[in-house]
Write a protein that binds this ligand. Structure first.
Ligand SMILES: O=C(O)CCC(=O)C(=O)O
Length: 312
């Protein structure tokens, strides 16, 4: 794949600063897209229904798989997409990190998600520097009918965070883009998944990055066995947290990889836990279901029975 020109990188960064969003069409080459789609199909068989129980915010017929770096090798390439890696330093600064990787396969009939921002996970009042930049990967067409993300353009420059009571109507536009596109959605932009009335899945990924001074949303450093992480491409290791950011992230005031090699090396892609990980799927979801509120639990229970079998 060719690199973006400097003018293209600047163009995307300017658009993100102005509108809070920018679309790169043709960013996912057809073979790459097919590999990701096949991996999602595999996940549907090993962890049916996604990794989190259905709920009002995450969706009732939306499949979200996480901890993807412990799945197929393709996710390592998704995390360091060359165009994304070119644009992000202009949005988040040089020490940016991978924050969370998930699928967002929005099933037919899913209601629209509440309008929210992705940096609300950090309790900093506006205005603040960019803390988060999400990338929405369209593996199928994003249209109004398929539930394209609803975007409030320019809201990244609003003075306040969105009203999360659900009482405020925002003027949104659908993030329409053809399959194969990747859209940047900066963390301050008001947005939410749309209502899917298309009769089929809206297949997408949300690959989310943060400023290097922030804690990552998914606990990526603890999720992947250190010896396995040492087999990842160094660019991916960097954004997992091995690259120091202004002195944060060091071990003995040096790049942590040097000490990790002594402690855990040599690099080894095999993690015996992985054998059990998928098998524990139903147990994990059941435990979470037990702590869900009653109204949600009734709906979740039906979903869970469908996805992982009897919950009794
Ligand atoms: O799937 C989408 O269109 C947006 C998803 C999203 O914003 C979220 O889950 O936080």
């Amino acid at each position: 794949m060719r690199n973006l020109t400097d003018a293209e990188v600047t163009g995307f960064a300017d658009e993100i600063a102005r509108d809070g969003v920018a679309i790169m069409e043709g960013a996912i080459e057809p073979d790459f897209l097919a590999e990701i789609a096949a991996e999602l199909e595999r996940l549907e068989t090993v962890r049916p229904g996604g990794d989190i129980p259905p709920g009002p915010f995450t969706g009732f017929v939306t499949r979200r798989w996480f901890d993807l770096l412990n799945d197929g090798e393709v996710w390592q390439r998704v995390a360091i997409h060359p165009w994304v890696m070119q644009v992000l330093p202009k949005v988040l600064g040089d020490g940016f990190l991978l924050s969370t990787m998930g699928s967002a396969v929005v099933g037919d009939g899913e209601a629209a998600q509440m309008i929210h921002t992705d940096d609300s996970v950090y309790l900093f009042p506006r205005p603040h520097p960019n803390l988060v930049c999400n990338t929405m990967w369209a593996l199928s067409d994003f249209t109004l009918d398929t539930g394209a993300t609803r975007i409030v353009r320019g809201s990244n420059n609003f003075a306040d965070d969105p009203d999360m009571t659900g009482k405020t109507e925002y003027e949104w536009t659908p993030l329409e883009m053809p399959a194969g596109s990747v859209a940047f959605v900066v963390g301050t932009t008001y947005h939410g998944a749309g209502h899917n009335v298309s009769g089929s899945d809206r297949v997408a990924l949300t690959i989310n990055y943060c400023n290097g001074s922030m804690r990552q949303q998914e606990n990526l450093m603890m999720a992947v066995h250190p010896a396995r992480m040492l087999t990842f491409p160094s660019e991916l290791q960097d954004i997992l947290g091995f690259r120091n950011c202004k002195g944060a992230g060091h071990m003995f005031a040096q790049d942590p990889r040097q000490e990790m090699l002594r402690h855990y090396g040599p690099a080894d892609p095999n993690d015996p836990y992985m054998e059990r990980r998928n098998a524990l799927h139903a147990e994990r979801l059941r435990e979470r279901l037990a702590s869900a509120s009653d109204d949600v639990a009734d709906r979740q229970d039906v979903q869970l029975r469908d996805s992982v079998g009897n919950t009794d």
